[in-house]
Design a protein around this ligand. Structure first.
Ligand SMILES: NC(=O)c1ccc[n+]([C@@H]2O[C@H](COP(=O)([O-])OP(=O)(O)OC[C@H]3O[C@@H](n4cnc5c(N)ncnc54)[C@H](O)[C@@H]3O)[C@@H](O)[C@H]2O)c1
Length: 321
């Protein structure tokens, strides 16, 4: 199986690459990544050793001439590349549209031109907007509320429109918040860990009461693999139903690091708009035999231990976060 994957040197992408490399023994991977601030090629070091099976290409997803010829007749292409941090999208929104919408469209069109047999696009639960009670199902209306989620929703709408005029095999997955090692320490969990390790305050938006669910990156990669194995197309929510307020996450991390939360947690000005709660219904993905296996409370020690050893690999200084 020949697989093309974008964004493979980032947090989620690198875990998906490892999962597919290990689970599909004869697969060949072509990994494309622009290597933005969030990426690190060393995340792929375990699999890049195998030069026969894994190739890496540093390129922007938008530069189709760099990769169209390389992916001719591939079996599968997975688009994971994105600008992924909501806070940054308020100040640099056009970059988000460029990568997440235009880039995704170019990726998609080029996969079709290259006659790639199946295409997976990694999206987010944020495309639905906030849900104060209940959970969103896959066919619910998209109602993004920030430039990041709008750029992801726009990509989905473009990609989905193809299924009406082309008989293409398209799978869109909408993940909820993902946790694990390798995540750039601007996102809530790694930024809490990073700041405490550096003896700096944990900055929480608003009153810290926004609610999110958190899924292990290993569970997410398992779900992608299962969807590939079962040759599923369409749209799937991938997440879990363990709800955490932001302040609960900060306290959990303070407890694990044995520090007093009152000393570290500071409340800062909220985002211009901050969805109060996200929630997705995962019965569709559960019906094919997947369920989340890992729990944030049990995994937090491992994640902290990884950041304690590896925080120096992230390019930006903590003062910029
Ligand atoms: N992190 C989460 O909690 C979460 C939740 C749901 C969905 N997602 C989605 O999963 C995907 C991966 O997220 P992540 O958290 O791993 O992000 P990340 O920021 O850690 O990694 C993104 C990767 O994409 C690469 N990239 C960015 N722009 C590129 C471009 N123009 N061309 C080629 N490569 C480019 C970066 O170099 C990086 O390696 C994104 O599509 C995101 O929307 C993330």
């Amino acid at each position: 199986m020949k697989i093309f994957i974008t964004g493979g040197a980032g947090f989620i992408g690198s875990h998906i690459c490892e999962k597919l490399y290990e689970s599909i023994p004869k697969s060949k991977l072509l990994i494309l990544d622009k290597l933005t601030y969030a990426a690190n090629k060393s995340f792929l070091s375990k699999i890049l050793i195998d030069k026969k099976r894994v190739k890496f290409l540093q390129a922007d997803i938008i530069n189709s001439n760099k990769y169209t010829n390389l992916i001719k007749n591939f079996d599968l292409a997975i688009n994971v590349a994105a600008e992924s941090h909501v806070d940054r999208s308020f100040t640099n929104s056009t970059l988000f549209t460029k990568t997440n919408t235009f880039g995704a469209h170019i990726f998609f069109q080029n996969c079709l031109n290259a006659k790639v047999k199946k295409i997976i696009h990694v999206s987010t639960d944020e495309v639905y907007g906030e849900k104060l009670s209940g959970s969103f199902k896959e066919n619910d209306k998209l109602n993004p509320t920030n430039p990041y989620s709008a750029s992801k929703a726009a990509a989905e709408i473009i990609i989905n429109s193809y299924k009406y005029h082309l008989k293409s095999n398209i799978l869109i997955v909408r993940g909820n918040n993902i946790f694990g090692n390798r995540q750039y320490p601007e996102k809530l969990i790694p930024s809490c860990i990073y700041n405490v390790l550096k003896n700096k305050p944990i900055k929480l938006h608003g009153n810290g009461k926004n609610i999110r669910c958190y899924l292990s990156v290993y569970d997410f990669a398992d779900a992608i693999y299962l969807l590939i194995k079962k040759n599923k197309i369409g749209t799937y929510n991938i997440g879990n139903n363990k709800y955490f307020k932001n302040i609960e996450i900060a306290k959990l991390i303070c407890k694990a690091l044995n520090v007093n939360p009152r000393k570290y947690i500071k409340f800062v000005k909220d985002r211009p708009f901050n969805d109060k709660r996200y929630s997705i219904n995962i019965s569709k993905i559960k019906s094919i035999g997947w369920k989340p296996k890992r729990d944030l409370r049990n995994e937090i020690e491992n994640i902290i231990s990884w950041y304690s050893k590896n925080y120096k690999i992230f390019k930006l200084k903590i003062s910029n976060l």
